[in-house]
Structure formats: structure tokens, C-alpha cells
Design a protein around this ligand. Structure first.
Ligand code: UDP
Length: 237
């Protein structure tokens, strides 16, 4: 299935399982892959930020995180069938790693967040091998790179927020043995139980944004990207 493009930004129409299958094949072939989450906010930002657009379009998988991208695909007769969220993609990748014996490295978030996230993940997937971890505030980047090189990690999650994490991946991936990189934003906070996701009924009907807005009105400005984005999609020929 071919990627779709919204305002010059690529989006993958693949499901969790299709991406997971492709990742497995790519790891076997020794190919590196990068996964980036795409939402209306990022697509709007990419209109003025060519670096961000290139970061997204240069990734292997651009997952449709955010209901706005799903709606855009429906409006345009595209193939995106459901959201593929960063946190759920990470969960699928953790399961794949446990099943395949991939070693996983975690980088980002505060020390207590990343360590608690790993503890919870290990309880969920006891077979998963932790290659190592570091919090997202370490100063010595060279020491970090050596640590990752020595860890023989196959899969790496980077939680520094966007686009910091994507820039980090681009800058360092060529000197790391890691095969799969995913920038996961606030997902370590979710796995650590520090940030609650919207209750399942909200998530099921694609109204997670509404729950977030109601519980954290500061997000209003960020969420304005959604109607602006849909308006552009609908009015653009
Ligand atoms: N973070 C970090 N180092 C930094 C800046 C941020 O480790 O220099 C972490 C922060 O602790 C949090 C995550 O990155 O866990 C940012 O999550 P956020 O939800 O802001 O990212 P988004 O998904 O919105 O890009």
C-alpha cells in the first residue's frame, strides 16, 4: 500500500500489524527503520518548517496519530482505516521485541519516569530484554552513544518530545547498531502511569482530543490546528 500525502506531508495507511510485520522483515534483512507520529499539528507546522517536513517524509513509517489525519484520509478517499497512535505502536513493538528476542533501549523522560515505565513494561512482557536506558536530561552525549553501542540494542524508543527526538535519531542513527527507532513523545509518562490516557469509550469513537481538552484546557491553542487542517484539506483542490 502506498503512502498518502496531506499538504506535502507523507502518511502511511498501514495498520499496527502490517507495520509490525514489515519491521520484522526489515530487522531480519539488517535494515534500519524509523517511525514518526504524524498529526494535524505537525502537518501545519511542517508548512513553514522544511526541516520538520523532511524529518517526517524521510522516515520509514509515518503513523497517523491523531483523529484529524484519519478524517482527512476519509474525506479524500484515502486508505487510512484507523489511527495508529505512538503509544500503541510502541506497545506492539514491545510485544514484537519480547517474541523475537530483540533487545530494547529506552532513552528520554525524567529518571523516575523512564525507570518506572521499564518496570511496568517488564511486568507486562517478562520475556522482553532491556538493553539499557537513560533519562532525557543526560548531558554527556558521547557517553550515551557509547552506552547504546555497547548495549547491542535492536530497538530504541526516544522520548524527548518532538522534533527534538526526531532530530536526535537523524543525527545519531548511522553510528548505532539499532535497527528500529521510534520517537515516542510522552509515551514513557503513559507507561509509567504518570499520564492517564482518555477512558476507552472516548478513544473508541476518536474523541480522545475532546477528553484531553476538557481535562487540560491549556491544550486549546495546540488543538486549533485540527479544524484549520481539516478546512485546508477540504478546500484544497
Ligand atoms: N523530555 C526529555 N528531555 C528534554 C525535553 C523533554 O526527556 O530535554 C521528555 C519529557 O520529560 C517528557 C517528554 O520528553 O517525558 C515530552 O513529552 P511531550 O508529551 O511533551 O511530547 P510530545 O508527544 O508532545 O512531542
Amino acid at each position: 500500500m502506498k503512502n498518502e500525502q496531506y499538504m506535502g506531508v507523507e502518511v502511511s495507511p498501514l495498520s499496527y500489524d502490517e507495520i509490525t510485520d514489515q519491521l520484522k522483515t526489515r530487522v531480519q534483512a539488517g535494515e534500519q527503520s524509523t517511525i514518526i507520529a504524524v498529526n494535524p499539528e505537525k502537518i501545519m507546522k511542517a508548512q513553514e518548517d522544511a526541516t520538520l517536513r523532511d524529518l517526517i517524509n524521510g522516515s520509514t513509517f509515518q503513523i497517523p496519530d491523531g483523529v484529524g489525519v484519519l478524517l482527512a484520509s476519509r474525506l479524500k478517499g484515502g486508505q487510512v482505516r484507523s489511527r495508529v497512535t505512538g503509544v500503541d505502536m510502541m506497545d506492539h513493538l514491545l510485544k514484537l521485541s519480547a517474541d523475537q528476542g530483540y533487545r530494547v533501549f529506552f532513552y528520554g523522560a525524567k529518571e523516575e519516569v523512564v525507570s518506572k515505565a521499564i518496570e511496568n513494561i517488564q511486568a507486562k512482557y517478562p520475556a522482553m530484554q532491556v538493553a539499557g536506558y537513560d533519562n532525557g536530561y543526560v548531558q554527556d552525549q558521547e557517553a550515551l552513544i557509547e552506552k547504546i553501542q555497547g548495549s547491542k540494542a535492536d530497538v530504541m524508543f526516544i522520548a524527548l518530545g518532538s522534533p527534538k527526538q526526531e532530530l536526535w535519531i537523524r543525527e545519531n542513527k548511522d553510528r548505532l547498531p539499532v535497527k528500529v527507532f521510534q520517537g515516542v513523545g510522552g509515551s514513557f509518562d503513559v507507561f509509567a502511569g504518570h499520564v492517564k490516557r482518555a477512558p476507552a469509550p472516548f478513544r473508541k469513537v476518536g474523541m480522545e482530543w475532546f477528553y484531553r481538552l476538557a481535562t487540560d484546557p491549556k491544550r486549546f491553542k495546540r488543538q486549533l490546528a485540527l479544524p484549520k487542517f481539516l478546512f485546508k484539506i477540504v478546500t484544497k483542490k
